[in-house]
Design a protein around this ligand. Structure first.
Ligand code: ARG
Ligand code: ZN
Length: 464
């Protein structure tokens, strides 16, 4: 798609396109409608980079009616005659670019916007989208509910991997991180939560508006808004880190509180191993509706469908370093999220008197050769198996084999340096292998090939 567009532009440009003649570079193009991830070719777009999403959402749980306005600040990476945003199911009533009404088409989940005049390369621009409708029941490639997940008493979001477009217009690829502001208006008595910090709350005419500000740039799959019968409480983590928890009034709140109370100690434990907690706040949303059947590591504010157990909270917290801060560019590298968060669970478990990572490894290794654990490839599982046990378990086992191969000290150094990477540069498995090889001085090609990319149960690794 992108190649085709590029090729036709070359023809145009060589035909003395006016922009080129004026010396402002190549003629503007139609930005790509895909983001280049082979797992989700329609997700994401080309030609621009988003800096900030300001999402104004008015939601009524009883009718699932959403009336919304998005203000998106972006920068053109090429001259653009048109550009695309991902938005599914909902209807768009107006689009403006830099305050002027823009042309648009909306089909197949692509909102293609044509500003009155082309955008120059490197220009900053602001897109306003008025949209809304009745939210649906979107399902991910595995059949699980995701995106905007609604219930009679509220809704919460679980965007991973490509569900953000079920509730806002977005450049839905993990590598285009942006700041977010959420202004969510709900009936009095319902509480709204977003990523980051609560900065304002006011009531008028039977409705309450909550404003949440997420300044740490985040991937779209980690953006979240939740509305429900929540009770907000505030706690403190290391260095005064604000921890804001939202617990559904309809769950066993004492049980929820008991597990959430461990978050400060978990943060301190991981800070010792992975370096400073990477964001300005943390906390959990615990919803009473467990239908989605999974938790999600939304940046600064994981969501739990039902009261979580301790290892799940340890898992979602670890993702703040592994996944949220250090983010894979492509979904095939999902083990860099799930294998690492699972390994971190093992570390936390050991520190509280549970089995050691080696014991966890041994137990998983006992899984019979015919099991799916050995047929799904953690390093390239395919979109339908992104969240298969192999990605989590065999991913974490890969790290344990790495540890026994390079030794405890080198392994600890690798984890710390990996977690300390620049949050703005998306990563791949090759980056991780290069780091592990550099720290250990060993050739690790065979190890990663066997454990991540080769079907079948690997031969037992040499004992440590
Ligand atoms: N990343 C989540 C976790 O490991 C799982 C997300 C599953 N998402 C899904 N759409 N099935 O905690
Ligand atoms: Zn996970």
């Amino acid at each position: 798609m992108a190649t085709l567009v590029g090729a036709s532009v070359l023809v145009l440009a060589s035909g003395a396109a006016p922009a080129a003649a004026e010396g402002v570079g190549p003629a503007p193009v139609d930005g790509a409608t895909g983001g280049g991830d082979p797992y989700f070719p329609a997700a994401g777009n080309g030609g621009y980079d988003v800096a900030h999403y300001d999402l104004d959402l008015s939601y009524t749980p009883q009718t699932r009616a959403l009336t919304a306005h998005a203000t998106i600040e972006a920068r053109a990476l090429q001259g653009l005659r048109s550009f695309s945003l991902d938005l599914r199911d909902l209807d768009v009533s107006a689009v403006r670019v830099d305050g002027a009404a823009a042309g648009f088409t909306h089909r197949g989940g692509e909102l293609v916007v044509t500003p009155v005049a082309p955008l120059r390369k490197r220009a900053r621009f602001v897109v306003d989208v008025d949209y809304g409708g009745t939210t649906g029941q979107p399902a991910d490639p595995t059949g699980a509910l995701y995106g905007w997940i609604s219930f009679p008493d509220g809704a919460f979001t679980g965007n991973e991997p490509d569900g953000a477009s079920t509730w806002y217009p977005v450049n839905d690829i993990p590598s285009d991180k942006a700041g977010y502001t959420f202004t969510v208006d709900v009936p009095d008595g319902t509480v709204a939560v977003g990523n980051g910090k609560l900065t304002d709350q006011k009531s008028a005419g039977g409705r309450t508006t909550y404003r949440w500000q997420a300044d740490d740039p985040q991937a779209s799959y980690l953006a979240m808004a939740a509305t429900g019968n929540y009770v907000l409480t505030t706690d403190r983590g290391p260095h005064g880190l604000p921890i804001i928890n939202a617990v559904d009034a309809d769950v066993d709140r004492a049980a929820a509180q008991a597990v959430l109370a461990k978050q400060p100690a978990m943060i301190a434990f991981y800070e010792d191993r992975f370096g400073r907690y990477p964001f300005g706040s943390f906390g959990a949303v615990v919803d009473d509706n467990d239908e989605p059947g999974y938790a999600l590591e939304n940046q600064t504010r994981p969501i739990y469908a039902g009261v979580p157990d301790e290892s799940t909270v340890a898992h979602e917290l670890a993702h703040q370093w592994f996944g949220d801060k250090v983010t894979p560019r492509l979904w095939k590298d999902i083990w860099l999220n799930e294998g690492f968060a699972t390994y971190a669970e093992w570390l936390w478990g050991e520190s509280t008197g549970g089995p050691s990572p080696q014991q966890q490894f041994d137990q998983a290794y006992a899984t019979p050769a015919g099991d799916e654990l050995w047929s799904v490839l953690p390093g390239d599982p395919g979109p339908a198996d992104m969240f298969a046990t192999a990605v989590y378990q065999r991913g974490a086992m890969t790290l344990q084999v790495l540890r026994t191969t390079i030794g405890d000290d080198a392994f600890a150094k690798v984890l710390r340096q990996w977690a300390g990477r620049d949050r703005d540069r998306p990563v791949g498995t090759d980056d991780f292998r290069a780091l592990a090889e550099q720290v250990s001085g060993k050739d690790l090609d065979a190890l990663f090939r066997t454990w991540l990319y080769t079907p079948g149960k690997p031969a037992a690794p040499a004992p440590a």
